[in-house]
Design a protein around this ligand. Sequence first.
Ligand code: DGL
Length: 274
Amino acid sequence: MRIGVFDSGIGGLTVLRTLADALPGHDLVYLGDTARVPYGTRSPQTVIRYSLRVASYLYEQDVGAIVIACNTATTWAMDALQRAGQAVGVPVFGVVTPGVSAALKVHKTGAIAILGTEGTIAGGAYQRGLAAAHAGVTVIPVACPLLVPLAEEGWVTGDVPRGVAEHYLGGLRGQVDTAILGCTHYPLLSSVIAEALPDVTLVDSAQETANVVLKELGPGDDTNRSIRFLVTDHVERFKRVGATFFGTEPTHVTWVDLPEPSGEFAAPSRTDTA
Ligand code: DGL
């Protein structure tokens, strides 16, 4: 099977890397919407529109399943993408439910922090997922918007990222025993996050997401599988910065333009006014 994986840009490569290991016999097509990153500060309507556009394009590439490797897109667009996916027979997986399961496996006291973009925190999908799965849970959500640009710069160690992590997270010390890295960029900053939160277990949803996809689709049997990359802007920057996220420099990177979708993937019309 060919599996489509997408993110607003580069961060989802941390998820792709785990999927590539867990599902060695499936072709993978990664689409980074680098022309529209970040999604984390955008309105829900815009994130849904962008996500449907990406999913429609992946569907045109004959994917048999879609993995949303972005917490913000999963938070706002999961329902819309699953509806569109169901209509065309393509299962859609997100990172939030696996992140919730992973946290519930390791927490000790039920006091769990969620670190994410403004959109992920405002959307509340993690908070709802944790509350629904575990009655005694105390959830502390923290938006950490500056961590995304730091990771994008590759500026993940030293005084500046340490200070930013301390600014957002210092107040959590002693309040939680587990923190969900609810943004695909944050695993790169796990050393400074761990410094700000000593004795707190950091949860990255990538492995649990890969486990869920593996359970549904199996490891695949293509002995010569391919991994392709599509980006909506800046191929060279994606290759350069993407190397930090993916472990090796992405090869076979192609620029694509995404047409406005129609049919099942058409975005709902907007009703909000200024
Ligand atoms: N990949 C996004 C996420 O996991 C963060 C980057 C963005 O704001 O688009 O939420």
